[in-house]
Design a protein around this ligand. Structure first.
Ligand code: HEC
Length: 304
């Protein structure tokens, strides 16, 4: 499961698309219970069918606090900011709450069955919902409810636990893969948690990144920029100022690029320089987004 939870949100949006329906009581009951709750805590086993298991922990508390903690990402809403921590890179970004911060972050594909906690009108979630007789799943008695998205194309099965009346798990397709998500533990609470439970504490050594920064760049990204803007002056044949940008090896071995540090790389500096050796020579400066791509390619270690 390499895709981030956020990336999977697109498929959840399909399921959350609105059509007015009469929900079966068992599903309506689940939605009402979550809407009336003050907190929701669950430890989810996310099994990709034929693939690996990952654990995602969700913690929601009124009025608008949330935490979705997965293997690669932590998404935390502290009431003022939404922080996304990329665990592999140990970097995080923060944005101020938008109006839909809670529904967006708690409605992603792998946690959508519990989205009713923040989704105000659950009766609009599905086009059709069909319950089957109660059955036992992983030792727990549940009522399977097959739901159909508004476009009629995607379906999922939600398993509502008989004892609690709340979803214990679901099965769905996201990003072309089948997933079974099952709550190993789930707790619906009646007293909101203290806001401090949702404070973000930056891990040691982590870096804060600009959420609007250019997306991760690799050689394919920057070589396109070089080809369009730096040729023919910096080709293998011409090599103005000894700089050859025609191949990964030639570019990265030049003394104008300092791996991991755009601030001391003459190449990156030349793009923002005024006069003198400002590049591309004799042409207008590159647009900000392209400069940022080159800078992040250098800062992120010259990805091939
Ligand atoms: C029209 C030709 C031309 C284009 C286009 C051009 N350059 Fe240059 N570039 C030169 C010349 C000529 C030099 C040598 C200048 C000197 O040594 O004074 C140079 C030198 C450089 C240097 C070395 C600067 C130094 O400190 O000595 C860098 C880095 C550089 N270019 C990067 C770029 C990048 C990146 C692009 C594309 C975004 C680019 N150039 C586009 C002509 C060009």
């Amino acid at each position: 499961m390499k895709k981030s939870l956020i990336a999977l949100a697109a498929s959840a949006a399909v399921l959350a698309f609105a059509v007015q329906t009469q929900l079966p009581p068992v599903l309506q009951g689940h939605a009402t219970k979550l809407k009336d709750a003050q907190t929701l805590k669950a430890k989810l086993q996310v099994d990709e069918v034929g693939g690996s298991r990952t654990i995602v922990e969700i913690t929601y508390s009124r009025p608008n606090f949330f935490k979705v903690d997965g293997p690669t990402q932590l998404v935390l809403g502290d009431g003022a900011n939404v922080t996304v921590l990329e665990k592999g890179k140990n970097s995080y970004s923060q944005t101020a709450y938008g109006t839909d911060a809670t529904t967006k972050s708690t409605g992603t594909a792998l946690v959508w069955a519990w989205a009713s906690f923040y989704q105000l009108d659950t009766t609009k979630l599905f086009k059709a919902a069909k319950p089957s007789p109660a059955t036992k799943l992983r030792g727990v008695e549940v009522t399977p409810v097959e739901v159909t998205a508004a476009d009629g194309k995607s379906t999922a099965t939600v398993y509502i636990e008989t004892k609690t009346g709340v979803a214990r798990g679901f099965q769905t397709k996201a990003d072309g893969k089948d997933y079974i998500v099952w709550a190993e533990t789930i707790e619906v609470g009646t007293a909101a948690m203290p806001p401090t439970a949702f404070s973000f504490v930056a891990p040691a050594g982590s870096t804060k990144v600009d959420p609007n920064a250019a997306p991760e760049a690799n050689w394919a990204t920057v070589s396109t920029i070089f080809t369009q803007n730096c040729m023919p002056c910096h080709s293998a044949q011409i090599r103005s100022g000894t700089l050859d940008l025609s191949s990964y090896a030639a570019a990265t071995s030049s003394r104008f690029i300092v791996k991991g540090d755009a601030k001391t790389s003459a190449l990156a500096l030349s793009l923002r320089a005024v006069g003198g050796k400002r590049m591309p020579q004799g042409r207008p400066p590159l647009p900000e987004a392209k400069i940022k791509s080159i800078e992040s390619w250098i800062n992120d270690g010259l990805k091939q």
